[in-house]
Design a protein around this ligand. Structure first.
Ligand SMILES: C[S@@+](CC[C@H](N)C(=O)[O-])C[C@H]1O[C@@H](n2cnc3c(N)ncnc32)[C@H](O)[C@@H]1O
Ligand code: SF4
Length: 412
């Protein structure tokens, strides 16, 4: 077992219950001055999409020991532990993000109860951003209205595509129009911030399909779009189908074309990129919770498999919902393992995350080799020359297409 785990009270030492000062002093420093967010993972889906390897379970996959109806109570038990561990001087919560899985498979009242518990246990910023992810087919005008009234401020809907055959290849269960309809319902329920997620490069997707998906998003009442290149994750049904030769592997050149096509259309509609896969209609429309991750600030991840980071201490929970619920039912921490990042690890993370942002990062964060490679990346048209001259590494449009390779190069 990792020697850091007792610091998190996981499992409860035989000597007695964990005390209030479970975080190492180094991690506690800056707790009340660093932006702090809460992530709540909801590990359930009605069916599994063939491309997805997130920690989520359908009722068939779940087995005994974890019950959807009891999940909100279990998550609240971890929130209570979080407040005890981080206290007595608790950080103010600036963002809450309920993700999945499919959070909206839980009744809206359960999600409202989780948010109420956050408010009872933590100081919460007046302008707190509270997002829930949602599947288009698992929300209704009344559930959205209930969520809005409970204090949710932002909804992120998984649309993926407007083409029926693409949705079919991805194993999505909603019709092409349902995500846009749900975005309208979210607006009508009073949500100012609505995001649609798209995936590009699925087998069989044509340029025209993608253009139609982008146009459908732009005709919807959204102030944010996320567009992800399809990743073929090992162990998924999609990977097996590609492995058997039933479906082709996404083509890198096609992925690059799709990205450029979407970026031009989003930009033309007033949605500017602020992270390689994310576009927003102005600063107020950005997802502040994700910005908090990218800035390597502090967050506590509640739920099975959820990751947390506080002041350089990173830990992650046991993966299975039954094991997670059992730990909490026995008054134990659900943390499975932890690691303390040293300065070099933290610098590397700052570069990996910061380089994907529109503002890039100061060249001083790069190693000597990284700075030499940055000079070269400017010559190759991957980093902005003017920003570089002013001391920052900022991706060019071409650099964004090759963002992962640039990150590898500058951190290698
Ligand atoms: C974990 S899902 C949760 C949202 C919700 N369950 C849904 O699917 O509508 C968040 C987003 O991750 C993206 N995603 C998941 N797996 C992916 C993959 N293999 N490649 C690209 N994007 C992926 C999808 O766009 C999805 O909307
Ligand atoms: S993409 Fe969303 S709905 Fe599909 S399996 Fe993953 S989390 Fe569930």
């Amino acid at each position: 077992m990792n020697t850091l785990l007792p610091l998190l009270g996981a499992p409860v030492p035989a000597s007695g219950a964990p005390g209030p000062d479970l975080l190492p002093d180094a991690a506690r420093a800056g707790l009340t001055t660093t932006p702090f967010g809460l992530y709540v993972h909801v590990p359930f889906c009605a069916t599994r999409c063939g491309y997805c390897d997130f920690n989520t379970y359908t009722s068939d996959e779940l087995g005994p020991g974890a019950n959807r109806a009891e999940y909100a109570g279990t998550a609240i038990a971890e929130l209570r532990r979080a407040a005890e561990t981080l206290g007595p001087d608790l950080p103010t919560v600036s963002t809450v993000f309920v993700g999945g899985g499919t959070p909206t498979l839980l009744p809206a009242d359960d999600l409202a109860a989780v948010l109420l518990a956050v408010r009872e246990l933590f100081p919460v910023a007046d302008d707190v951003e509270v997002t829930t992810e949602a599947n288009p087919e698992s929300v209704t005008p009344s559930s959205l209205s209930r969520l809005r009234k409970a204090g949710f401020t932002r909804v992120s809907l998984g649309m993926q595509s407007a083409a029926e055959h693409v949705l079919a290849v991805l194993d999505r269960k909603h019709t092409p129009g349902r995500a846009v309809e749900a975005a309208h319902e979210a607006r009508a329920a009073g949500f100012e911030h609505v995001n649609l997620d798209l995936i590009y490069g699925a087998p069989g997707e044509t340029d025209a399909d993608w253009a139609a998906s982008v146009a459908a998003v732009l005709a919807a009442p959204v102030d944010h779009v996320s567009a992800y290149a399809l990743i073929v994750e090992e162990g998924t049904r999609l990977a097996r189908r590609i492995g058997r030769g039933e479906l082709p592997m996404p083509d890198d050149d096609v992925l690059a074309d799709r990205y450029e096509q979407a970026d031009a259309a989003f930009r033309g509609a007033g949605l500017d990129w602020y992270e390689v896969s994310n576009w927003a209609a102005g600063d107020a429309a950005r997802c502040r919770h994700n910005e908090l991750y990218w800035a390597n600030a502090n967050w506590w991840g509640v739920g099975p498999g959820a990751h947390s980071h506080v002041g350089g201490l990173r830990w992650w929970n046991v993966k299975h919902p039954a094991a997670y619920a059992e730990r909490l039912a026995h008054g134990e921490s659900p943390a499975q393992d932890a690691e303390l990042l040293d300065d070099a690890d933290r610098a590397l993370e700052a570069v990996m995350l910061g380089l994907r942002l529109r503002n890039g990062l100061p060249l001083t964060l790069l190693s000597a080799t990284g700075r030499e490679r940055a000079d070269d990346a400017v010559t190759r048209g991957l980093l902005e020359p003017a920003a570089h001259a002013a001391g920052r590494a900022v991706l060019t449009d071409r650099g964004r297409l090759l963002a992962d390779a640039v990150v590898r190069d500058l951190t290698g």
